[in-house]
Design a protein around this ligand. Structure first.
Ligand code: ADP
Ligand code: MG
Ligand code: ZN
Length: 488
């Protein structure tokens, strides 16, 4: 089956039957909070530590152990809710969600069912569409089951009890690229708010995709849930695949292909989804209030304090830079790649760097110089260097070599310029002297220029700059040459 996307719409045409179809998509995203310790015990959260070395009585579920809520996790969770425009519940509590699996030693996960700490809110797409959030709740991660060691299944509990927030959208998305745009924006907002590093390679952001299809205007169809996608590319591919599969099944009328509500897995190798199990209903989880943790009350002052820590949302920051500082859209985009980079750039501008020049110097010279170059420089050092370049006091080529020295030795740019004699000559009389010398014996060129062939002057540029030993600005030299010819 190959459905055809109808131009500029989120509908697809079935070439065989002439029927038109629509996608309905809702996303559930698990995001690991950037805390140092786990949600209910003091064990360190550390990616890549030796298996079962970050484990204690609580997170390995020893009888008699009791959970204690990590205040930092709660703070970051609230901050996430605020960043996404949600309402924060004044009172909330935890629930036990039961299921049986070897990576879950307690036999239940501490999560939130009936009273999540966050409801409402959403993410605005570029088209203006609002993707509404149903809820965000706080929960602990399970351990990791490792199945590829011969006859054994091994369990690593380092991850058991790591704090997660799960955000659930309404089924507001209608195309693969909308899902990707939503996820990209969500990730960026969480990163910029300091909620999570969202490092997908470390599994810090994982996405479950709910997909169904319907005829335009019809009610919701039967959905499937594709679990645990750790790349936005896979999210888009899985949605595409499900669109084709579900429409084919519905149009075939074949009872064997009847769609059922189920959980599916994305097979990265084959590029297909496979049925994993029929979906548990809420009843299967036997939710019950967690008796070992008290009801949580979140005072307004606590919530307001987190609001003050949010910082400017990345999309607004980009818009402001473009408006106030006339930054190119793609430079603004690149400089908001992380909150750290965006803050660094702004610090350099505050230290006096002209914004546009600073943006392009950072992106084209500094960030390409060496991987950790930003940590080896101070914003004011880049500001000093960019200011000298913008004023014509230092050439681009010299700035590059100054940057190398500052990166390697930490020497202040002004000092490097001084020591290496890199300051451009701005003295008009000196520049005129070099130009006069370059004009000697070049009567043919002078005549050409006077006759209106202005470009002929370019032949004198090289010799004049050579006399200046690279310390004169080419544009100034060219202007001076033209002026001297005109006056002669
Ligand atoms: P479940 O009980 O199966 O977890 P929920 O009602 O909690 O289902 O919804 C989970 C996610 O699935 C939400 O993001 C929701 O928007 C989405 N969803 C619900 N119904 C549909 C549907 N028919 N098609 C696509 N997504 C849906
Ligand atoms: Mg659900
Ligand atoms: Zn522990």
């Amino acid at each position: 089956m190959n459905l055809v996307r109808q131009a500029n719409t989120t509908t697809w045409l079935s070439p065989h039957t002439g029927q038109v179809w629509e996608l309905v998509i809702g996303l559930e995203v698990h995001c690991q909070l950037a805390t140092r310790s786990k949600l209910f015990c003091g064990c360190a959260v550390e990616f890549g530590a030796a298996p079962n070395t970050r484990v204690c009585a609580v997170c390995s579920a020893q009888p008699g152990s009791l959970p204690v809520l990590n205040g930092e996790a709660l703070r970051l969770a609230v901050r996430a809710g605020l960043a996404l425009g949600c309402s924060i519940a004044a009172r909330t509590h935890f629930d036990r969600k039961h299921y049986f699996y070897c990576d879950l030693p307690k036999g239940y996960q501490i999560s939130q069912a009936t009273r999540p700490f966050c409801t409402g809110g959403g993410v605005r797409l570029r088209s203006g569409k609002l993707v509404r959030l149903q809820r965000i709740h706080l929960e602990e991660d399970a351990g990791k089951a490792i199945h590829d060691r011969g006859p054994w299944t091994l369990v690593d509990l380092n991850r058991a009890g790591v704090p997660l927030i799960e955000s659930v959208t309404e089924a507001d998305l209608s195309a693969p690229e909308e899902a990707v745009e939503y996820l990209t924006a969500l990730k960026e907002m969480l990163q910029h708010a300091g909620v999570s590093a969202c490092d997908m390679e470390k599994g810090e952001l994982r996405c479950d995709v709910n997909v169904s299809v319907r005829k335009p205007g019809a009610g919701y169809g039967t959905k499937v849930e594709i679990k645990n996608l750790n790349s936005f590319r896979f999210v888009a591919a899985a949605i595409e695949y499900e669109l084709q599969r579900q429409v084919a099944a519905l149009e075939s009328g074949d009872p064997a292909q009847r769609l059922v509500q189920e959980t599916r897995l994305w097979d990265t190798e084959q590029g297909v989804t496979r049925s994993m199990r029929t979906k548990e209903g809420a009843a299967d989880y036997r939710y019950m209030p967690e008796p070992d943790l008290p009801e949580l009350q979140l005072p307004a002052s606590f919530v307001e304090r987190e609001r003050s820590m949010l910082g400017e949302p990345p999309a607004e920051r980009r818009a402001r830079w473009q408006q106030q500082w006339h930054l190119a859209a793609k430079d603004a985009e690149a400089l908001t790649h992380t909150r750290e980079l965006a803050d660094w750039f702004e610090a350099a501008v505050r230290a006096g760097a002209p914004p546009k020049e600073c943006a392009s110097f950072l992106l084209n010279e500094v960030l390409t110089a060496q991987p950790d170059s930003l940590s080896l420089l101070l914003p004011r050092q880049v500001a000093a260097l960019v200011t000298m370049v913008a004023a014509g006091e230092v050439s681009h080529a010299s700035a590059r070599s100054v940057l190398r020295v500052t990166l390697a030795e930490g020497t202040e740019p002004e000092v490097v310029v001084q020591q290496q004699g890199l300051r451009m000559v701005l003295d008009t009389r000196q520049i005129e002297a070099w130009c006069r010398q370059a004009l000697v014996g070049r009567e043919a060129i002078i005549a050409d220029v006077k006759a209106g062939k202005v470009a002929a002057v370019n032949a004198l540029l090289g010799p004049a700059l050579k006399l200046a030993a690279g310390k004169a600005n080419a544009a100034v030299v060219r202007e001076t040459l033209l002026r001297l010819i005109a006056e002669s």
